[in-house]
Design a protein around this ligand. Sequence first.
Ligand code: GUN
Length: 284
Amino acid sequence: MIGQIIDGTAISAKLRGEVAIAAAALRAHQQIVPTLAVVLVGDDPASAVYVKAKAKAAREANVDVRDHKLPATTTQAELMALVAELNADPIVDGILVQLPLPPHLDSDAVIRALDPSKDVDGLHPTNLGYLAQGKPVFVPCTPKGCMRLLREVGVDPAGLRAVVLGRSVLVGKPIALLLQNANATVTMCHSKTRDLADEVRRADIVVAAIGRPEMVRGEWIKPGATVLDVGINRTAEGKLVGDVHFTSAIQHAHAITPVPRGVGPMTIACLLENTVEAARRRRG
Ligand code: GUN
C-alpha cells in the first residue's frame, strides 16, 4: 500500500481563499481592513524569507501588512517600546514577532508584552492557557495548520493514538493540547524518550517536530497511520528534508505530508486566518 501525499500547497491555497473572502466581507460591510504588523529583528536569512512570504500571502488575502525591520543591534528596551506602540495602535489587529530573535534579546519577555488580543501567533501565556483549558482563542499557526490538514484528509483524532515528537512551545506542546482537545490519546516524546521507535509504532497519528533530518524511519510507521512532518532540515547536499524518512514512510502510511509543500504552507495561511479573526473580535 502506498499512502496519500497530503498536498499542503493546495490545502493552504484553499484556506487562503476562505480568508480572502472573510477579509473582503469585513472591508465591504464594516470598512475594516485586517492589519498585521510583522516585526523582524536582525538579518537571519531564513526569517527574511518567511517574512517576505508572509507579506505576499497577506496582500493576496486582503490583509494589510506593516513591516517593521529592526537592526540586529536593537536593544530590549527599543523592541519593548515598539511592541507597546503596536499594542496601542488601533489600526493594528495582529502582531507577529518573528522568532528566533537575536540571542541578546529575551523573546519570552517580548511575547509576554504583547496584547493577548493581538497575539495572532498564539504564544502569549494567556492564549496558551486558554488552549490548555480547552477553550482556545488564538492557536499557534503551525499546530493549527496540522489540525486542518487532518480534517482535510478525513482523519478524526477522536479515540486514536497520537504520538508527538518534540515538546517545543511553538509546535509540540500546542499540537498535543489540540489533539487532546480533539479526543485523541496523546503521547509526548522528546530527546530523553526511551524506545522512540516503539512509541511511534503504536501511533495512528504521528506528528514529528524534532528538527532531526529523516530520523523517523518508515519501518516505525504503523500501517494506515497519518504522518505530519513539521521538520524542515537542510542536508549537506542542500536538499530540504523533514524529520521523517519520506520514501520509506509512505510505504506504510495512509497519508503523509511531504517536505517541502506539506505543513509549511499551512502556517502562513493560519496566521492570516488568525489575523482576520483578531480584526473581527476587536472591531467587528
Ligand atoms: N519562526 C518560525 N516559525 C514561527 C512562527 O510560527 N511564528 C513566529 N513568530 N516565528 C516563527
